[in-house]
Design a binder for this molecule. Structure first.
Ligand SMILES: [Zn+2]
Length: 282
């Protein structure tokens, strides 16, 4: 999971630009009239998100009597994110905010759309609230679903508010099989609260990250197999270990908890892999 900076604009900016592009006067007016309710909801959000309390925000089926949940859905889809609309630039700014265009929820696949952290169907008041809009790949968007977290521990991670730190927490266990296989798991960091540890585990399961990373790791092993055999032929297991440790260090500098960092740590610390396992990949 990747931390992202907060969007550089607030709900007032989003609503005003969006309303400016709506040519149906009553609809534009309903949106403007609902702004105070959305601003007050936005400040509650900003207050509760840093302590993982968003699950306590009550659901609703509309923003005001004039601005129902259904109409908010239309406003988002047919006005806010519509190509060529005045507000489309805001949507795009959120969509491209993640480095390398990689989804912050899995860190692997490319961003395909903008996801509502609190789902549109349950929290229409946050449909246009920038801090509730997160860039996401389509798989993570689908995996998360429009579900309501019933407790703090059942909330997936929020890229604008959750900081997992730089301590190593993603672990790749090397299984002594032919070919070698990799199993990913979460080892809670010392600095995490108990709730954060459970949330990371929950996020890991909901997004299917163990399976995703294991598949990537198997492909990576196939990629490096030829090179490792050459290193092993001239320098033996010690040279294989040193080579893998170098690869680990390089990846650690960029991201202490990418699946690659975890993979190379698992590989160079496995005596079995360095002595024998690397020859069993192909
Ligand atoms: Zn993703």
């Amino acid at each position: 999971m990747k931390r992202l900076p907060l969007p550089g604009f607030d709900v007032r900016h989003a609503v005003e630009l969006c309303a400016f592009g709506i040519t149906i006067p009553e609809r534009a007016q309903a949106l403007i009239d609902a702004l105070p309710a959305m601003q007050s909801a936005e400040s509650a959000y900003l207050h509760m998100a840093p302590t993982a309390q968003l699950y306590l925000i009550p659901t609703s089926d509309g923003v005001t009597p004039q601005l129902t949940g259904e109409l908010m859905g239309v406003v988002y889809k047919s006005h806010f994110m519509k190509a060529g609309s005045p507000s489309r630039g805001l949507y795009d700014a959120i969509r491209v905010a993640s480095p390398y265009n990689l989804c912050p929820l899995c860190g692997q696949r490319t961003v395909a759309s903008v996801d509502h952290y609190l789902p549109q169907s349950l929290h229409p008041v946050f449909n246009l609230t920038p801090v509730n809009l997160v860039p996401s790949c389509s798989d993570c968007n689908k995996n998360k679903l429009a579900k309501l977290a019933q407790s703090a521990e059942r909330q997936t991670l929020h890229p604008y508010f959750d900081d997992l730190g730089n301590e190593r927490w993603l672990v790749a266990d090397i299984r002594e099989t032919t070919p070698p296989s990799i199993a990913y798991r979460v080892r809670p960091a010392q600095a995490w609260t108990a709730v954060l540890a459970q949330r990371v585990q929950h996020h890991f399961e909901v997004m299917g990250l163990a399976e995703l990373y294991a598949a990537q790791a198997a492909s990576e092993l196939a990629d490096i197999s030829f090179g490792l055999e050459r290193v092993g032929q001239t320098g033996g297991g010690a040279a294989v270990c040193a080579h893998l440790q170098g690869e680990y260090a390089s990846r650690f500098v960029r991201d202490a908890n990418s699946w690659k960092t975890a993979l190379y740590e698992g590989l160079f610390t496995s005596d079995w892999f360095c002595d024998e396992g690397y020859r069993l990949i192909r």
